[in-house]
Design a protein around this ligand. Structure first.
Ligand code: FCB
Length: 470
């Protein structure tokens, strides 16, 4: 069966500054750089972020590779810790300015639509030390940094995003101790979450002021949506799934698209005694600075039930719900995450029906594979048929949603070249292009060749056994 996409559909891949550039020439460390200095043992094989895939030096070669696989769009991020010399006054580092301007100009020349994100978990270290987004002064410094980015690159960037997955640092750094500074504090996490939304809205405000006379300029935020499915129809499980959705999806989604917070969510925070400090003028900024389109990262859903036993732990969101292990789930055996392509359709329909059918696109989707070099053929090309099937299945459901009126205009994969991924470092590979860590050599995978044909034709053929496989 042939699946054809609308004209001008965006096809691409996403990466970020801290995961692809390396840290050469940066005037500041960011929290990840410093975390690696403090605790290298926390990182897979003790590989830190100093080099990553060295796009700081290799970007001209990388852009040629993008052209070889026909990408018509690409996302990366600017590193705050690279662009700004004086974080208080927002003076721009001239070397960084030259680097990003050359990188972005070459992408423009190559006719690749560029989306630039401003913040991808990479808080400058000095600002992390004063609390990061827990500190409202840092919120204002973020808006200043955002303004500098818009001023410096406004002529080169096609689409802007303030932040990637703003809920993730809240979870990883302030609730579940996955990442430095390993804090678990519900009240602080709620404040960080709120302040992060405020920082996003203040950046959007700067954007709207600067580009007030240019209606073509648009901005978004990249949200990771992980819809929560209830274990069954029992009211207590449905309620738990709904609440989990409020915490991890709707809090950011409502604020970004509709400029508000759900009353039900506010009530829970109040009852749990963790309502953040806020004021009316901040709420007005959030209400008046909404996104123009939405960018969604989708990897896997959540499976949720109510607490089986009465909760007796610390005050945490988890007192309201817990994960449940669905025996029938399909698993990516190389990474351990669930594969559930139909969820992409459910996300699309939710956006259509409940978020004003705002235009949107998939800004990340992907399949991480540990030990991927074992799939190399004798020419050194990774035969990642599993990834091709993964993409086909997700595109099938996305296409169905588009046919039913969802306003989706593109699909970007995580990632272009295998890149560094926080504590997991280079453990799980996601790219269309493989990276040899020792030599930095880049080799297009079988999926890279597959996507290049899909892009040229704007369509692909899907086998019957992949349709409705869920
Ligand atoms: C996403 C992040 C991205 C990368 C992938 C694997 O959640 O946006 O930086 O780490 O996961």
């Amino acid at each position: 069966m042939k699946i054809k996409f609308p004209e001008n559909f965006l096809w691409g891949a996403a990466t970020s500054g801290p995961q692809s550039e390396g840290s050469k020439d940066k005037p500041h460390l960011n929290v990840m750089d410093k975390w690696f200095q403090l605790h290298p043992e926390d990182f897979h094989n003790q590989v830190g972020p100093e080099i990553t895939c060295n796009s700081y030096e290799k970007y001209p070669e990388d852009i040629e590779l993008m052209q070889r696989i026909n990408l018509n769009s690409f996302r990366t991020s600017i590193q705050w810790s690279r662009l700004i010399d004086d974080l208080e006054t927002g003076t721009v580092n001239q070397k960084a300015l030259k680097y990003y301007r050359d990188y972005f100009s070459r992408l423009k020349k190559a006719n690749i639509k560029l989306m630039v994100n401003l913040y991808h978990f990479d808080m400058p270290w000095e600002l992390q030390e004063v609390g990061g987004f827990a500190n409202k002064h840092v919120v204002d410094l973020f808006a200043l940094y955002a303004k500098r980015c818009f001023e410096s690159f406004g002529d080169l960037v096609d689409m802007w995003s303030t932040m990637n997955e703003p809920i993730v640092p809240v979870e990883a750094q302030y609730l579940y101790k996955w990442w430095y500074p390993y804090i678990s504090d519900y009240k602080l996490a709620a404040q960080v979450g709120y302040n992060t939304i405020l920082a996003h809205a203040k950046a959007v405000k700067e954007f709207k002021i600067l580009f007030a006379n240019d209606s073509k300029k648009e901005i978004t935020v990249v949200l990771n949506l992980t819809p929560s499915y209830s274990k069954d129809d029992k009211p207590e499980n449905i309620k738990a799934a709904k609440l989990s959705d409020e915490f991890f999806n709707k809090s950011m989604l409502e604020a970004a698209v509709n400029g508000r917070f759900n009353q039900e969510f506010i009530d829970v925070l109040k009852a749990d005694n963790v309502l953040p400090e806020f004021n009316k003028s901040e709420l007005d900024i959030i209400a008046n600075n909404r996104i123009d389109f939405l960018a969604v990262n989708y990897y896997q859903p959540r499976r949720i039930q109510g607490r089986e036993k009465p909760y007796s732990g610390e005050n945490m969101p988890d007192k309201h719900f817990e994960n449940f292990d669905w025996a029938e789930k399909r698993i990516n055996p190389h990474r351990g995450w669930e594969i559930h392509p139909e969820t992409i359709y459910n996300i699309a329909m939710d956006i259509k029906n409940n978020y004003n059918n705002i235009k949107w696109f998939i800004s990340e989707n992907g399949m991480g594979v540990e030990g991927e070099e074992k799939f190399k053929n004798q020419d050194g090309v990774i035969q990642d048929d599993y990834r091709i099937d993964f993409i086909k299945e997700h595109l099938y459901w996305l296409h169905k949603a588009i046919q039913e009126g969802s306003n989706c205009f593109g699909y970007q994969m995580w990632t272009f070249i295998d890149c560094w991924s926080w504590a997991n470092s280079f453990k799980n590979r996601y790219g269309f292009v493989s990276l040899d860590l020792k030599t930095q050599a880049r080799t297009i995978k079988k999926s890279g060749t597959w996507i290049s044909n899909c892009i040229i034709n704007n369509e692909f053929e899907i086998e019957e056994n992949l349709v409705n496989k869920n």
